[in-house]
Ligand binder design. Structure first.
Ligand SMILES: Cc1cc2nc3c(=O)[nH]c(=O)nc-3n(C[C@H](O)[C@H](O)[C@H](O)COP(=O)(O)O)c2cc1C
Length: 130
C-alpha cells in the first residue's frame, strides 16, 4: 500500500469518481495519507462528493505519471474519529486554514476492499489488494 500512496503523492493530483444515482461524477483530489495501515483521503461533509459517498461508498480513483497510471477501486468509508482527522491535517498543513479536526465539516475516509492496479502501455498490470 505504501507504493500506492507514494504514487498518488508523486502524481500530485488524482481523479476521484463516485456514483450519483446512475450518473458517474469525477473531480480532482490530492489528499492521500496512511493512518493505522489504511489509505485515507480527506474532504468536506458539505461537498456533493461526500454526500454521494454516504449514499453509495463505491469509488474509484485514477492518477497518471511518467507513462504509468494507477487505479484504485473499492469503497470509501467515513471515519469520524478525531485522531484520524488530526493525522490527516498534520500531514497536510495547507488544509489547516480551511479545516480543523473539531469543525463539523472535516471528513476523512479510508479505502475498504480496495484493488489497486498499476498499468502502462508496456508492462503487465500489477495488482495490489488492501
Ligand atoms: C489539484 C486539486 C486537488 C484537490 N484535492 C482535494 C481533496 O483532496 N479533497 C477535497 O475535498 N477537495 C479537493 N479538491 C477540490 C475538489 O476537486 C472540489 O471541491 C470538487 O468540486 C469536489 O467535488 P464535488 O463538487 O463533486 O463535491 C482539489 C482540487 C484540485 C484542483
Amino acid at each position: 500500500m505504501e507504493k500506492v500512496v507514494q504514487f498518488l503523492k508523486d502524481a500530485g493530483t488524482y481523479y476521484l469518481a463516485t456514483v450519483d444515482g446512475d450518473q458517474p461524477r469525477v473531480r480532482p483530489f490530492g489528499t492521500a495519507h496512511i493512518f493505522e495501515g489504511k489509505l485515507y483521503i480527506q474532504t468536506g461533509k458539505s461537498k456533493d462528493v461526500s454526500k454521494q459517498l454516504h449514499a453509495n461508498p463505491k469509488a474509484e480513483i485514477c492518477a497518471f505519471m511518467d507513462g504509468k497510471w494507477l487505479r484504485v477501486a473499492g469503497e470509501l468509508v467515513s471515519d469520524d474519529r478525531r485522531d484520524a482527522k488530526v493525522s490527516m491535517l498534520d500531514a497536510y498543513p495547507s488544509l489547516q486554514s480551511m479545516y480543523s479536526a473539531d469543525d463539523d465539516n472535516t471528513e476523512v475516509l479510508y479505502f475498504k476492499n480496495a484493488t489497486a492496479t498499476f498499468s502502462s502501455f508496456t508492462d503487465a498490470p500489477e495488482v495490489v489488494k488492501f
